[in-house]
Design a protein. Structure first.
Length: 326
């Protein structure tokens, strides 16, 4: 007998007006600061999500393959032991990693609910289409919001496996990571687990190649934030006026991605009544990607009252997945 398919649901935690208001505020603050910067969450409209999926398949970008190797080895035992009723994921996933977790839950008959939280409604819709067509038994409810603020508003449906994969936590600095992990601790009940993927400190050449690929896909992804500003704020930023820059800051153990102005120009935001000047060679920081060690992860989890229960690395020791409980 065929399992009736449950239609995907979408819940707005951060209304569109609030999201545009936040974008406007981030532009006003970030582009008038020294140095200029923007949060990386604005990469991820529909086009940005497509570009990132392409990045994950690049030969230089080892992170997705390394994390998948770990999950293939540990997911079955983790799900069998935990038996979660729901998978809550920070960021929307339709990739092999998310599927590994959902398939294990279905195989062990522990639960069938998937609740991703993502700033991009387009990304959630894409995940809903991809996963619901593959898994007619899946109960999908996407939450549109900012996982640094809206996680407490995601309703609970049984024992929870909360996943934050892809080392996306590395996009946050230490203070923001502490706030996020505090929110994670508050979202976990007895019996729940937190599954965290982190990229490890390693050779500079390997790290920089992962963020500056020969095919130029990451450069296109980086410039996509300018497309978002043009569309959402009616800016007229010439994309060709900015070049992609990525480098490893060993002192801070992080990759920085920037957009460097090829020439002096003025960027206008008519809806904000704002003009921003760029000198030739001036840079706009669009992303940090912090790299981790086991002692650092254990220390940051402990500071948020989370206990590191197990630690798993890929065969080349490039990436790790941590399992923690409150």
């Amino acid at each position: 007998m065929a399992v009736p398919r449950t239609l995907p649901k979408m819940t707005q935690l951060s209304p569109q007006a609030d999201r545009l208001g936040q974008l406007a505020e981030d532009v006003r603050t970030g582009l008038r600061a020294t140095p200029k910067s923007l949060p990386p969450k604005y990469f991820y409209d529909a086009r940005g999500s497509e570009l990132f999926e392409e990045i994950t398949r690049l030969p230089e970008y080892y992170l997705t393959r390394a994390e998948s190797e770990i999950l293939e080895a540990v997911t079955d035992r983790l799900v069998d032991r935990l038996r979660p009723g729901e998978l809550v994921e920070l960021g929307s996933g339709s990739s092999r990693k998310t599927r590994l977790l959902l398939e294990a839950m279905h195989r062990h008959r522990s639960g069938h609910r998937y609740a991703p939280l993502d700033v991009s409604e387009d990304a959630l819709a894409g995940a809903a289409d991809a996963l619901s067509s593959s898994y007619p038994w899946l109960e999908f409810e996407g939450f549109v919001g900012d996982f640094t603020a809206d996680l407490p508003r995601v309703p609970r449906h049984g024992r929870r496996l909360l996943a934050f994969l892809g080392s996306t936590i590395g996009n946050l600095g230490p203070a923001d990571r502490a706030a996020l992990l505090g929110g994670v601790a508050g979202a976990l009940a007895t019996g729940d687990r937190f599954l965290l993927g982190v990229d490890l400190v390693k050779d500079r050449a390997v790290l920089e190649a992962a963020y500056d690929d020969d095919a130029g896909v990451t450069a296109e992804f980086n410039r996509n934030v300018l497309r978002v500003l043009n569309r959402e704020l009616r800016a007229g930023i010439p994309l060709e006026a900015f070049e992609h820059v990525a480098f490893y800051d060993a002192k801070r153990a992080r990759i920085e991605m920037r957009l460097r102005a090829r020439r002096a120009l003025t960027v206008r935001f008519p809806t904000l009544e704002l003009e921003v000047g760029f000198a030739a060679g001036e840079e706009l920081r669009t992303e940090i990607s912090c790299k981790f060690t086991r002692p650092l992860v254990k220390r940051e989890l402990a500071a948020a009252h989370l206990h590191l229960e197990s630690w798993h690395e890929d065969s080349a020791h490039r990436f790790a997945c941590a399992v923690a409980r409150a």
